[in-house]
Each structure stands twice: as C-alpha cells, then as structure tokens.
Write a protein that binds this ligand. Structure first.
Ligand SMILES: [Zn+2]
Length: 311
C-alpha cells in the first residue's frame, strides 16, 4: 500500500506500510538504496515500540505521522539497530520515546557528524538531524514485553558494524534485522566483519523466522539469509585471490563480475567490502582500522561518479 508520496519525483519515493502479523508493522522505503531504510512497529493496546528512524527531516516527519496513525498510543520505546544516520537521525522526532541500543551504538551515535553525511550525499536536503543517543544500553541482549509478545533484542556478533542489533519476536516469528540483512541490495561489511558475518548469519538462520524486515528493501523470508551468505563467501574468495595476487581492493573490485549479485542495488559496496575482507584476512581475522578516506575515494572511482541517495 502506498500511503505517502514523499517528493513526487518517481521511483523510490513511495513509502509502504505493511501489516506483518497481529500488532506488527513495517514501514518500507523503496527502493532501499543509500539512505532509504526501513522502520518497524510493535504494538499492543497500551505499549508501542518503534524500531529505527529515518535519514532526513522530511522523511522523519512522515514517519512520525504514519507511526502515530498506526499505533494506539505514541511509541514509548525506540530501539536503534545500529548507529548509521539513516537509522538514527530521526530519534529526536519521537521525544516521548526512550531510546535503547547496544552500548557501542550509543558510543558511535555520540561521535556522529551529520556533516559527513551531507558531504557524502550532496543533493540530499537533510534538514534537522536529531540523533538522540540511547538512554538504556545493553551488551548482549535484553527482552521487552509488549502485550503477548516478547521482543528479543540481541547483538549476534559484529557483521555490518559493531553493535549491530536485531529484534526477534518468537510469538509472531518475525525478525527485524536492521542492516544485517538487506533485500535486493548489496550488504555492507566495511564497518564490520566479513568473517564475523558468517557466524551471525548462522545465528539468524537458527531463529527460523517466517518473515524478515530487512534494513533496506522489501520484507522477505529466510532466503535472504542464504543470499547474503553466498555474497559474503563471494567477497571472501575475491579477497583471498586479490591478496594472493598482490592486487588492491579497487583492482579486485574492477575485475569482479559480481555474478548473481550484479543486479543488487548499491553494488559499489564491493569496494569497501573488499577493503574489510582483505584487511581481515591479511591480519588473521583481527579487526583493524581502515583508511576510510581512500575507501570512499576508490568506491567513487569504481562507480565513476559521486555516491547518490534519493532520501
Ligand atoms: Zn541503513
């Protein structure tokens, strides 16, 4: 269901509100490319929990409108799945909500520089960003109780970034995966771990969710876990080959066909993913810092233009 035409400019501007199961909603921003993330809502008669907010002031105002329209009461709790701007810049648009996140997500939110987003995506009108840091933090997991539902809020290990969190509701078999899972869209592990991704995917698979709300892209089911796993293996194989041949991440990315992943959105993430995977393999699995300025430069070189977001 299209319920809002955000800017009238065509593809990628519609917001979809999807009823997933009793008391559960997903707010999906097609097409799921850079900055167009999803949010989730968990409602009982008297308690509402929001999962993530959006990137720009304009979109967060719309999110607030649709959340208040769908929920019996305003959300008293807001869970951030991770610290990236397209998931936290709207926190402050829900002033009645207590923010909960992994402790490392809170630390990273405190360090966020909205000007970095503005420099990277120069055409985006951010308006006011309100990345309110968490009031309540956890390290491994916590449970919230909403009506007859238990929300398992848990950190499955580093994959997309440190602190990446998922929310599973066993009574409905629904998983809000944040950016650990993306549908029809290239996963990003440059800020996380390619090796760690494999064990995280295994943990998500064990939940056997019937429905998955990915961080970006349409709602889906467990096939997205298999697709992501194939992509991570592909990146690790390319990385090992590039290391053996003494190639740079950019050269390796330029030589990659991408195969079944070529049609996914934001395929330029192959460059950053190779930066991470090659660094990890060369360092025996350690998570060492990267030259992120060089990584972004090489990503734009691979793309042949600056990054773009339709947010
Ligand atoms: Zn995201």
């Amino acid at each position: 269901m299209s319920i809002a035409d955000v800017d009238g400019s065509g593809v990628g501007t519609y917001l979809d509100k999807e009823a997933l199961a009793a008391g559960l909603f997903a707010f999906v921003q097609p097409d799921g490319s850079w900055g167009l993330s999803n949010a989730g809502l968990i409602c009982s008669d008297d308690r509402v929990v929001l999962v993530d907010t959006w990137f720009t002031e304009r979109r967060n105002r719309i999110l607030r409108q649709v959340v208040l329209g769908a929920a019996p009461v305003p959300p008293s709790i807001l869970i951030n799945t991770h610290h990236h701007g397209d998931h936290v810049y709207g926190n402050g648009w829900f002033p009645e909500s207590v923010v909960i996140s992994h402790v490392e997500t809170r630390d990273a939110v405190l360090e966020l520089d909205p000007m970095a987003s503005a420099r990277r995506f120069q055409a985006v009108q951010f308006g006011e960003t309100r990345a309110t840091p968490a009031t309540i933090t956890f390290e491994t997991s916590l449970q919230l109780h909403v009506g007859d539902m238990t929300l398992d809020v848990f950190f499955p290990g580093v994959a997309h970034c440190s602190g990446n969190t998922a929310v599973f509701i066993p009574q409905r078999s629904v998983l809000f995966a944040g950016d650990l899972l993306l549908k029809n869209c290239t996963p990003a592990m440059v800020g996380g771990s390619a090796l760690g991704y494999l064990s995280v995917l295994q943990r998500l698979r064990q939940l056997a969710p019937q429905k998955i709300v990915p961080g970006h892209g349409p709602t889906c089911s467990v096939e997205v876990i298999d697709e992501t796993e194939r992509y991570v293996h592909y990146v690790l194989e390319l990385a090992a080959d590039a290391l053996a041949k003494g190639r740079t991440p950019l050269d390796a990315a330029r030589g990659a066909s991408l195969g079944e992943f070529a049609g996914w959105l934001d395929s330029e993430r192959i460059v950053g993913n190779l930066y991470r995977a090659m660094r990890e393999l060369a360092a025996g699995g350690s998570q060492l810092p990267l030259d992120t300025a060089a990584m972004w430069r090489d990503t734009e070189a691979w793309l042949g233009r600056p990054l773009r977001s339709h947010a």
